[in-house]
Design a protein around this ligand. Structure first.
Ligand code: UD1
Length: 335
């Protein structure tokens, strides 16, 4: 069975990807420093998969730990999730973001070279597109100047990968540009677990519905969109996780050095108010929300053109927004 190292494998997207890897007959080796995740996720993963999983607690830029892992397991590919992702914090502590997000990628590339590991799937983000002029965005849509140091780390990491692949024959890399990941494993055993006050919409929605937060504020309803609230492409985390498995499979078929990027979204835009209404409808819960002022730096509308990933990786989303809202809520009540 092939061993796939997943950095940040105890986190939201990483943990769901671990499940999908096992489903696909691959063996995830998880490394996570637990800075934004919990160790108990491991037990949950074992409950879901019925397998015992290998877990290393530590920093994925710690070369001696990586070497220790490689001497115990023959690693055939890496999925690199581990990164800081709080946009607001990144503007206050940019160096923390540059150091961690770029440093860890550099360390992993060096490790891959030393151990002759060929394949890497990198977590990028639709943040690289900024506010695009033409929608939906394809992978050819020009990237824009980043709105935050966090966004800039994603752009820089993509650029590093392009250069690295050019100069390292045999290396195969895919960057996946995630749109807005939501939902949870349908069992409710794993999901998104933000530490402190959530910055993202759906955790704020579920925590408000659960009474942890008093009220949700919708950041603006006077934008040029169907109902005035912002538009995003909300992708169920299980579908997103599956895209990583497809990406690894595709890398394995490439004969020479290879780099490509794929959007991972549903191809559909939904407004913030649609998300709220859908959440209320499918779960039969009333949400306490008010319309507030716009959030500085918000993108007004963005959703993905998914033609490329549909045709090249043969990937299709199978969960709807309704499923996402049901699974997010199921996870919140089980917490
Ligand atoms: C944000 C980041 C993006 C990052 C992504 C990771 C910004 C500007 N962008 O994306 O770089 O990759 O998270 O998941 O921060 N909303 C409310 N009320 C809330 C929270 C959110 O109305 O309490 C709205 C926002 O205004 C936005 C939408 O919900 O229109 C989605 O917000 P969010 O979940 O923060 O994601 P993004 O802004 O798309």
């Amino acid at each position: 069975m092939k061993n796939i190292l997943i950095t940040g494998g105890a986190g939201f997207i990483g943990s769901h990807t671990a499940v999908q890897l096992v489903e696909a007959g691959l063996n995830p080796i998880i490394i996570d420093d637990l800075s934004n995740s919990h160790e108990k996720v491991l037990a949950r993963l074992e409950e879901i998969t019925g397998k015992s999983l290998v877990f290393y607690k530590g920093d994925c830029s710690d070369r001696s730990l990586l070497d220790e892992i490689a001497s115990a397991h023959d690693i055939s590919g890496i999925i690199h999730f581990a990164a800081f992702k709080a946009v607001g914090e990144s503007t206050e502590k940019p160096l923390k973001y540059y150091q961690n997000n770029i440093g860890s990628l550099l360390a992993l590339l060096d490790f891959m070279k030393a151990k002759q590991i060929k394949d890497l799937v990198f977590s990028s983000s639709c943040t690289v597109y900024g506010q695009p002029e033409i929608l939906p965005v394809t992978e050819k849509t020009p990237r824009q100047e980043a709105e935050s140091p966090y966004g800039n780390t994603k752009k820089i990491c993509e650029d590093i990968l392009v250069d690295y692949v050019k100069s390292h024959p045999g290396i195969r890399v895919i960057s996946l540009r995630y749109f807005n990941p939501v939902g949870a494993h349908p069992s409710g055993k794993i999901g998104e677990l933000p530490i402190g006050t959530p910055a993202n919409l759906v955790p704020f929605v579920t925590q408000t519905a659960a009474g942890i937060r008093e009220k949700l504020t919708v950041f603006g309803d006077d934008y040029d969109t169907p109902d005035g609230s912002c538009v995003r492409d909300f992708i169920h985390v299980m579908d997103l996780a599956d895209a990583h498995v497809k990406a690894l499979g595709y890398l394995g078929e490439q004969q020479v050095d290879f780099y490509d990027v794929f959007n991972v979204g549903t191809g559909k835009g939904n407004t913030v108010l649609e998300v709220i209404r859908t959440f209320e409808r499918v779960n039969g819960v009333k949400l306490n929300f008010e319309i507030g002022s716009r959030r500085a730096g918000d993108i007004v509308k963005i959703w993905a053109d998914t033609t490329k990933i549909n045709s090249v990786l043969k990937w299709q989303p199978s969960f709807s927004l309704e499923d996402s809202m049901r699974d997010s809520w199921n996870w919140q009540i089980k917490l």
